[in-house]
Design a protein around this ligand. Structure first.
Ligand SMILES: O=C(O)c1ccc[n+]([C@@H]2O[C@H](COP(=O)([O-])O)[C@@H](O)[C@H]2O)c1
Ligand SMILES: Cc1cc2nc[nH]c2cc1C
Length: 347
């Protein structure tokens, strides 16, 4: 718990004066002012994060995929068996998942955190195991985990992010894997934004109308059981998953080290809301990679004040939407670093 307080305290706000410098620099580059649109605002954000204009090049992006299982699976909210969580983690390790294929196009390093799967991950060089508990409890009827377990998962995510940044990562993309995790994500998004259960809940991997109605009821019951708590960690422990908690740690550790964080779909948005609720200054380090089809993602991004870079109608997770946005973030830094000034034309 103390470790979490220290981590939160170590996050400094981004410095907006460097964003102002970036806007001024953009205005003098060899292009009509404002013509690179949101790439310019993104470059300004990178400058504010790095406290440097131009910002450093982004040469070593990394992806952290946090995986976990969920007691609420017993409610029938997902059409898939829980074993898929562990099988997909094996696939990330063998380099054959969608996340690996997309990561390889930008040379993004991939690390996996078993934050708490029912069948733990086997030893592998890219895997870290948190060894806290094997999946959460059913959030419809009881707290998903204790606050101590939740804080331990946050610590594990932070430790993995620290290690990745120490090995040179200069951008951290978030990914998730967890059968049934769109249910805790919906509950977290509703709890942190004040949205209703039916506004935050979607079809996840693909459920029919009847199952969607059940899922909304499950989320509504979880919210009613939890009550209107304003305590960010208590909310995360009561309604979240171990992978959500681990991703909170990743966000906070990256922000503490002034490394930008690229969000993926609904599950990483739920984690980002928890991180922002624990530590409002962390929001300045977040970039929304894409707009997931899952309705809670839009609700959460709006609350965070983030506009997604891409909308490719993805709903996979694993970090795929964040990975696709990596070249855009790299380009935002490259433009500020490499484009000639208007005054240099002809020279
Ligand atoms: O990224 C998203 O927005 C997203 C939307 C729907 C599903 N998913 C992925 O699908 C799994 C959860 O879906 P479900 O239906 O089992 O709750 C989990 O592994 C997520 O990574 C991910
Ligand atoms: C096969 C499969 C792969 C996934 N990757 C992320 N969530 C997933 C869910 C399923 C079911």
């Amino acid at each position: 718990m103390n470790q979490l307080a220290t981590l939160i305290e170590s996050v400094q706000p981004v410095e907006s004066r460097f964003a102002v410098m970036a806007a001024e620099r953009h205005a003098g580059l060899a292009k009509p002012p404002g013509s690179l649109g949101r790439l310019e605002t993104l470059g300004a954000q990178l400058s504010a994060i790095a406290r440097a204009c131009p910002p450093p090049a982004i040469a070593n992006p990394g992806l952290i995929i946090a995986a976990g299982d969920h007691g609420v699976h017993t409610q029938g909210v997902s059409p898939w068996p829980q074993e898929i969580t562990t099988l997909m983690v094996e696939s990330f390790c063998s380099g054959r998942a969608s996340a690996n294929a997309i990561a390889s196009t930008t040379g993004t390093m991939v690390a996996v955190l078993d934050a708490g799967m029912v069948t733990p991950a086997a030893d592998h060089p890219v895997v870290r195991r948190a060894d806290i508990r094997k999946g959460t409890s059913d959030l419809r009827v009881e707290p998903a985990m204790t606050e101590d377990e939740c804080a331990a998962a946050v610590d594990n995510g932070a430790a993995l992010a620290d290690r990745m940044i120490e090995t040179g990562a200069d951008l951290i993309a978030l990914g998730d894997m967890g059968i049934a995790n769109t249910t805790p994500s919906a509950a977290l998004i509703a709890a942190y934004t004040g949205a209703r259960a039916d506004q935050a809940t979607g079809r996840g991997t693909g459920i029919d109308d009847k199952t969607l109605d059940l899922k909304i009821e499950v989320v509504a019951d979880a919210l009613a059981r939890h009550g209107a708590s304003r305590d960010p960690l208590g909310t995360l422990a009561s309604l979240g998953g171990l992978e959500h908690a681990a991703l909170v740690g990743v966000v906070l550790a990256a922000a503490a080290r002034r490394v930008p964080v690229l969000l993926d779909g609904v599950n990483t948005v739920a984690a980002a809301l928890a991180a922002a609720s624990l530590c409002p200054d962390a929001t300045g380090y977040m970039i929304a990679g894409h707009q997931s089809v899952e309705p809670g993602a839009a609700v959460g991004l709006r609350h965070l004040g983030l506009a997604p870079l891409l909308d490719l109608e993805l709903r996979l997770g694993e970090g795929t939407g964040a990975l696709l946005a990596v070249p855009i973030v790299q380009s935002a830094a490259a433009v500020l670093r490499d484009v000639a000034g208007l005054d240099e034309l002809g020279n």
